[in-house]
Design a binder for this molecule. Structure first.
Ligand code: SF4
Length: 366
């Protein structure tokens, strides 16, 4: 089995672990994909589901690591390869002067990405009718694993420590959507300014399309290097079903905002997260991706991972074939459009750990 195939299989099925305490604390709850553990296969670090219903039944079993920290992955007793768990970062042991643990302010994703959810609350999360059915942004807050609002000063302090102690290479700042026409752009501006004043670290900001496109310029001037505005689903019926609140922001608005953002950030420095497995067909995802590539937006397609406690916790994950049908042609499409994960300055496309997409890009298997 190739590295890309093994990553694809593990990301869609998840993994069971002989010793679940090995490796860094998992991401549990929060915005976006969750309930994962970071593992390194070959030279690539990826996030693999461990605390999800499909992962509990996964045919892939990770054995206890040997003295060098390498652990075997087996299926029905047959060895498929070896992987390693990244070390717990040193900045996790620090606290702010007022006693807040740094890991409640930002966490390490993959191997060298600092990630935070600036506002852990969202206008769309309060109502079951409006909430994105796959999202668990409120869970980590309710469990006390994070704080509701990370101030610019706190983010700057943690970012500086994460660079100095753990060599993080870029930062992802997402946010729940606040009330207001900026749709989260304002907190991106305030946070990026403070972080850039403290440390030289490329930043991806993530928010909904702001009502006024002038916010793209404000975010760029504040130090945001790459902007993510996430479609999640592409077909109108699927959008209305799985994200009834966010679907009120039309696809036309997204595309208008994408075009304006590319004029400010540049081709390949604007991206969108598309979650495969919510109901869109591979053809629909590829057709939308083609439109995105044309205008210089990187379509970062990831497999759906159900998060415990969300309305979609029992929704099935897409299988590895379904993902390969999308990711193989998509990788060629992205490269032909003059974009790549590597050329991305910061963010999920650059990190790539939630999808096998960047591996397909590297292999140029399309
Ligand atoms: S792809 Fe994005 S969400 Fe996934 S681990 Fe990397 S930074 Fe985090």
């Amino acid at each position: 089995m190739s590295e890309a195939e093994l990553i694809n299989e593990l990301q869609t099925h998840g993994m069971r672990m002989v010793d679940p305490t090995i490796g860094m604390e998992s991401r549990r709850g929060g915005a976006g994909p969750s309930d994962h553990k970071a593992v390194t296969i070959g030279g690539t670090t990826v996030m693999v589901p461990v605390h999800t219903a499909p992962a509990f039944d996964s045919p892939y079993l990770v054995q206890a690591p040997d003295a060098d920290g390498m652990a075997e992955v087996t299926k029905s007793g047959v060895s498929l390869g070896r992987l390693k768990f990244p070390q717990r970062p040193r900045f996790y042991d620090l606290k702010t002067a007022d006693g807040i643990a740094y890991h409640k302010i930002a966490t390490l994703h993959s191997r060298d990405v600092l990630a935070t959810t600036v506002l852990q609350e969202c206008i769309r999360y309060a109502s079951r009718k409006k909430t994105c059915q796959f999202c668990s942004i409120g869970q980590s807050l309710a469990a006390g694993r994070t704080i509701a609002h990370k101030t610019p000063a706190q983010l700057a302090e943690v970012a500086k420590a994460a660079v100095e102690l753990d060599g993080v290479k870029h930062m992802v700042m997402t946010t729940g959507t606040p009330a207001g026409k900026d749709r989260g752009a304002q907190v991106m501006v305030e946070s990026a300014k403070a972080i850039k004043a403290a440390v030289d670290l490329p930043i991806q900001g993530q928010c909904e399309p702001p009502e006024d496109n002038v916010w793209h310029e404000h975010m760029f001037q504040a130090g945001v290097d790459n902007l993510g505005m996430h479609l999640e689903a592409v077909t109108p019926e699927v959008r209305a079903r799985v994200m009834p609140g966010k679907a009120q922001v039309s696809l036309d608005k997204y595309f208008d905002s994408f075009k304006a953002a590319v004029r400010v950030f540049g081709r390949g420095q604007v991206s969108t997260y598309i979650i495969a497995g919510l109901g869109d067909t591979p053809e629909a995802i590829l057709a939308t991706s083609q439109e995105l590539c044309k205008i210089g937006v990187y379509p970062f397609v990831v497999p759906f991972v159900p998060i415990s406690g969300t309305p979609m916790e029992s929704h099935p994950t897409p299988n590895a074939d379904f993902m390969a049908r999308i990711l193989k042609p998509l990788s060629g499409m992205i490269l032909r459009a003059g974009m790549s994960a590597e050329a991305s300055k910061a963010g999920c496309a650059k990190c790539g750990a939630c999808s096998a997409l960047s591996i397909y890009e590297k292999l140029r298997v399309a």
